[in-house]
Design a binder for this molecule. Structure first.
Ligand SMILES: [Zn+2]
Length: 123
């Protein structure tokens, strides 16, 4: 399947959303070391942590990770993946919530991210 670049030219391009995951307060106090307002971004396949919040706890990260590739892709407006943006911390005693926001679209070329050929022989 061929993509179309921003100018409308046919190529092997496609777009994914870059994401920001921000800690927001829930009803209970925070238990884990993820202070309210801390955040990281998903830029393509990279997790990017800002200097002021260089780390993130392992267990909440493990709960968030499976949702990120789906959030990077365009989803149906009626899909809950489109509308629901907050993930609860997996620690049942922690009030932390993680808000996932689509922040910008990033273009990729199929030929630059995989060696698997496109159907029909293109890369
Ligand atoms: Zn937590």
């Amino acid at each position: 399947m061929s993509g179309t670049d921003e100018a409308g030219a046919a190529d092997d391009g496609f777009a994914l959303w870059d994401l920001r995951v921000e800690v927001v307060a829930g009803a209970a106090p925070m238990v884990c070391d993820h202070p309210e307002g801390s955040w990281f971004e998903v830029q393509g396949e990279m997790l990017v942590f800002p200097p002021e919040h260089p780390g993130f706890p392992l267990y909440p990260l493990a709960a968030i990770l499976p949702l990120l590739p789906a959030k990077q892709r365009d989803t149906d407006p009626h899909d809950w993946m489109t509308t629901d943006a907050e993930i609860a911390c997996p620690d049942p005693h922690c009030g932390g919530r993680f808000r996932i926001t689509r922040i910008r679209r990033r273009r990729f070329r199929h030929s630059e991210v995989t060696l698997v050929p496109l159907p029909g022989g293109g890369r």
